[in-house]
Design a binder for this molecule. Structure first.
Ligand SMILES: [Zn+2]
Ligand SMILES: [Zn+2]
Length: 230
């Protein structure tokens, strides 16, 4: 687990990252693929924290690499899950994402697509999301987490802005695998790029991604430059 800012940590889960926020107990942002619970709990324990301190889960979207272990952790600890209503109703049906996906250009995306996405089933353990969130909502953790609705990769995708820490949890609006780039797939790529521009218009210095490395300085400037309207 890597500390990103005062109260935020990145939990690497192989192909994908989850995140931990420490304030008034612990909040887990995303849950990896199915069967990631043990790995997540071990990372939390290794850092000297207690997984039983988890108070809630926020899902950035419904995809199987982010919402895959949500049901298991939720039921194990009896804690609520937050997600945008557009993806909450898919989760209720056990559907991971809307098809077809449009594959983004580039070798890294082609490899990720072949290795992880093409063969993975479009399903997750179904459950009812406890609290639906939407654009501009403020979740009262870490001084206030602003929800930024960022559709395109998934219709109910949210990025999370933690103003007090100058940090954007960008999740899958874009990735930082071999440098900043488009996410491997989008439901609607043009809308996805608009959402990157929307998120990058906010004020933050650091950004963390579902796939790839954190950017620890000038993240919004780098995102604005990379995804500028041309
Ligand atoms: Zn995704
Ligand atoms: Zn992902």
């Amino acid at each position: 687990m890597q500390q990103i800012s005062d109260n935020v940590y990145q939990i690497p889960l192989g192909a994908v990252n989850a995140f931990l926020i420490e304030d008034n107990g612990l909040t887990l942002v995303d849950t990896g693929y199915k069967n990631s619970t043990f790995k997540i709990f071990e990372s939390i324990k290794k850092s000297g924290k207690n997984p039983n301190e988890l108070k809630q889960i926020i899902l950035t979207h419904s995809h199987p690499d982010h919402a895959g272990s949500a049901y298991e952790i939720k039921t194990k600890l009896n804690i609520p899950v937050y997600a945008h209503y557009e993806d909450a109703h898919l989760i209720k049906q056990g559907i991971a994402g809307r098809l077809p996906h449009v594959l983004s250009p580039g070798l890294a995306n082609w490899i990720v697509f072949r290795m992880f996405i093409k063969s993975s089933k479009n399903e997750i353990d179904a459950f009812e999301v406890d609290t639906t969130i939407e654009d501009k909502d403020i979740i009262p953790i870490a001084g206030g987490i602003e929800v930024i609705h960022t559709p395109g990769h998934s219709k109910g995708h949210v990025a999370l802005l933690i103003k007090n820490e100058g940090l954007l949890i960008a999740a899958d609006i874009c990735s930082n695998m071999m440098g900043l780039g488009l996410s491997t797939v989008y439901e609607d790529r043009e809308l996805g790029i608009k959402s990157i521009q929307k998120a990058a218009s906010f004020d933050f210095d650091k950004a963390i991604f579902g796939h790839g490395k954190p950017i620890l300085k000038n993240a919004n400037k780098q995102m604005r430059a990379k995804f500028a309207i041309t």
